[in-house]
Design a protein around this ligand. Structure first.
Ligand SMILES: [Fe+2]
Length: 153
């Protein structure tokens, strides 16, 4: 997986650098190819506490709570099966979300009375959702789910 990182806002793009950063709008020159942009657990079969504090947890609800019509899907995200701390020195400062590897949303977070979490409402019925949570000390961690089969990942 090729990953390119915006040196201005830390947004990660997949496969190729975009002409303009979809988050901060800075041009392609600010993207750096970094194959290690996304942190990976040392042993995916035996996650350590640091892995479990940083890997996003995604819950997909096909039954939208506010609108029961077709074409609505709720997605809830939290950072860490063990919730990540939120202090001024050490926090999850943003969560980026992608549909089929294309950026669709950033949630900016502060340490002020905020849990490391976000939610969105999609108008699709299928595709691959990617979530990246960025920790100010420990980097970017990713989780990817197939929206065709709702579950918690
Ligand atoms: Fe952290």
């Amino acid at each position: 997986m090729k990953t390119y990182v915006c040196q201005i806002c830390s947004h990660i793009a997949f496969d190729q650098a975009p002409v303009d950063c979809p988050v901060c709008r800075m041009p392609i020159e600010n993207f750096e190819n970094n194959p290690d942009a996304v942190k990976k657990p040392a042993d995916p079969e035996n996650l350590c506490a640091e892995d479990r504090k940083h890997l996003p947890v995604i819950q997909v609800n096909r039954e939208c709570s506010l609108n029961q019509s077709a074409g609505y899907m709720d997605v809830h995200v939290k950072i860490g099966e063990i919730e990540h701390e939120m202090t001024s020195e050490h926090l999850v400062n943003f969560i980026d979300i992608y549909l089929d590897k294309k950026f669709i949303m950033r949630t900016m977070l502060t340490h002020r009375r905020i849990h490391p979490a976000t939610a969105l409402r999609l108008n699709v019925n299928s595709g691959t959702l990617t979530v990246i949570g960025n920790c100010t000390l420990h980097g970017s961690w990713m989780k990817r789910v197939n929206l065709s089969s709702p579950f918690t990942a």
